[in-house]
Design a protein around this ligand. Structure first.
Ligand code: FES
Ligand code: MG
Length: 574
């Protein structure tokens, strides 16, 4: 489907309203405008400047966010573009989230950032708004908020970091952080070497340089038609990245004049494009959650695109992009191979050259034939669960039946996983409960359950693992995630799995089943419901009285298949 890149093609339908927006505070509109100008003029603006389309720029630069380390340069370049086009640029901050500095998880704070973004876009007199973001949760948060505010929004991404160099080999965050740390723990890399790597895994500012969540969301944003295609991959430290910023500034003025509001610009087809790209890049499982949250902010599309849609699109979409963690390369390679422009034109070769075919495969030579990401269902996941089948290390596990070894929560897992007496074999199915949106607020990336030590030392590298949590977009294995409804909910069938129960998983048939008859399942559910609702110590009970943002989160977050958004933030219908 044609990607929406037509900001310049239409004539303006309305002129920008600038300073006149939202003048309701005092009842007297003229006085409101008068006062507003009094204050903004304190910054030195002239009447002429203030009569131009006002383009807000959300600055998410922060000393704790190296992924956004170029925010100031991007802002300067975007301002140049805005001014060249006759607009006036005014920047303002919102919160900034980095994966490493967002305790307890960045996902816990994503909805907060989306609220900040939505309300500040709405509160201030901007005709259009450029949103500088990049790190995993920031781009979805901004798009979610931007769609709800429904003023013209233009994501401006910070771009991927460069790969580093270690003893003649390229390395990069974060796939190589995990692999090499595992080697260090196994004794094949010593302390000196791992410390050398610590200096090179993130050698420049910018987002993680593999196809993790940040890069996945960047490609999806381009596929949605919200930014220039190059914006998905140009390195954070490149001149190309600054030119994209300048271009975004120019586009923002046009988008303001045309009132290109996201609820109008984004169609069902835009989301089909996003889903095709998600599958073709073998993107992060996290993007499934974010995409559902974004869809459900759109009043006309909510309910139309579901997890089922994403799965169906996967059945006819090959995985073409050979990047870590599914493949071997880095985002800079994707960019040099032609990036999104090349990927989207794979059906009709365009800017194609031999080098690009090794990074962005052709349709007759895919990395994985179809269904890189799949959605499974069954009596323990009636609302679905997600697995990146393409990242399975032992493909035989995609069709597997075995006895469950259940861990009730991450603490239980930490206590027992490496116990030499744990009754577990490579046929076992490891089940981790209690890491869903409510159960462990923020749905931590703990879904990649480590292989029990006694099996790992025997050379077992993959097992079927199931949880209601997430895993990092840079990780791999036969790992079923996002089981919905999560175990913390009293009537969650996932919550009643017991050690020894037989679990059947069939990727081809999209099945995840517990081999326990329904009468037994219902009896267990009834008993568990009584227990949880009577238990003062459960998250489920405590959330009713918990204070602050955490209380709001636990009381209102919806389930993974809906996007783990706050229910009250989703669209209420057209
Ligand atoms: Fe920011 Fe990976 S930590 S993108
Ligand atoms: Mg990540």
């Amino acid at each position: 489907r044609p990607v929406n890149q037509d900001y310049y093609l239409e004539q303006p339908i309305v002129s920008a309203t600038g300073m006149r927006q939202g003048l309701t505070s005092y009842g007297d509109a003229h006085f409101s405008l008068f006062l507003r100008k009094v204050f903004i003029k304190a910054l030195g603006y002239s009447e002429d400047a203030l009569s131009r389309p006002i383009i807000g720029i959300i600055n998410t630069g922060s000393g704790f966010n190296p992924c956004h380390g170029n925010a100031h340069q991007l802002m300067d370049a975007a301002k140049r573009g805005i001014h060249l086009q006759g607009g006036i640029a005014i920047d303002f901050p919102t919160i900034s989230l980095h994966e490493g500095f967002s305790h307890p998880t960045s996902m816990f704070l994503r909805n907060l950032m989306s609220m900040d973004t939505e309300e500040m876009i709405r509160a201030q007199p901007v005709d259009a708004c450029i949103m500088i973001g990049g790190c995993d949760k920031t781009v979805p948060a901004q798009i979610m908020g931007g769609i709800s505010a429904n003023k013209p929004i233009l994501p401006l991404l910070t771009g991927p970091m460069m790969p580093g160099s270690h003893r003649g080999k390229r390395i990069g965050a974060c796939t190589d952080c995990r692999n090499n740390w595992a080697s260090y723990r196994a004794g094949s890399i010593d302390m000196e070497e791992i410390m050398e790597m610590n200096e090179e895994l993130a050698p420049t500012i910018g987002t993680c340089g593999v196809m993790g969540t940040a890069s996945t969301m960047a490609c999806i944003t381009a596929a949605l038609g919200l930014m220039p295609l190059q914006g998905a991959s140009a390195p954070a430290v490149s001149a190309a990245r600054l030119r994209i910023a300048e271009q975004t500034g120019q586009m923002a003025v046009a988008a303001a004049q045309h009132q290109k509001c996201p609820q109008r610009v984004l169609s069902v087809e835009s989301f089909y494009n996003a889903a095709i790209v998600l599958q073709a890049i073998g993107g992060s499982t996290n993007a499934m959650v974010h995409l559902m949250a974004i869809v459900n902010r759109h009043p006309d599309i909510k309910g139309t695109i579901t997890l089922k849609t994403l799965d169906q699109i996967g059945r006819t979409t090959p995985l073409l992009v050979d990047l870590k963690p599914s493949g071997d390369n880095y985002m800079t390679d994707f960019h040099n191979a032609g990036g999104m422009l090349c990927l989207l034109h794979r059906k009709s070769p365009f800017r194609d050259f031999e080098y690009s075919r090794t990074i962005i495969r052709t349709l007759d030579n895919p990395l994985y034939a179809s269904s890189a990401l799949i959605v499974v269902r069954g009596n323990i996941a009636p609302d679905g669960a997600v697995i990146k089948a393409a990242a399975s290390k032992d493909k035989r596990l995609l069709y597997h039946k075995g006895p469950a070894v259940v861990f009730e929560n991450p603490r239980d897992l930490a206590l027992r996983l490496d116990d030499p007496n744990l009754d577990v074999s490579e046929e076992s199915v490891l089940v981790l409960k209690g890491i869903g949106p409510i159960g462990n607020p923020g749905m931590p990336e703990a879904g990649m359950i480590p292989i029990p030590r006694k099996l790992a030392v025997r050379g077992v590298t993959d097992m079927l693992r199931i949880s209601d949590g997430r895993m990092s977009g840079t990780a791999g294995g036969t790992i079923v995630l996002h089981v919905s409804p999560e175990s913390a909910i009293p009537d969650s069938p996932f919550g009643v799995i017991q050690t020894g129960d037989i679990i059947e998983f069939n990727a081809e048939r999209r099945i995840l089943r517990l081999d326990v008859d329904s009468a037994e399942l219902l009896a267990r559910l009834a008993q568990r419901k009584l227990q949880i609702e009577g238990d003062g110590g459960s998250t489920w009970k405590d959330r009713e009285t918990r204070r602050g943002y955490r209380g709001l989160y636990e009381r209102t977050v919806n389930q993974a298949h809906e996007g783990a958004d706050f229910a009250f933030l989703t669209a209420t219908g057209s």
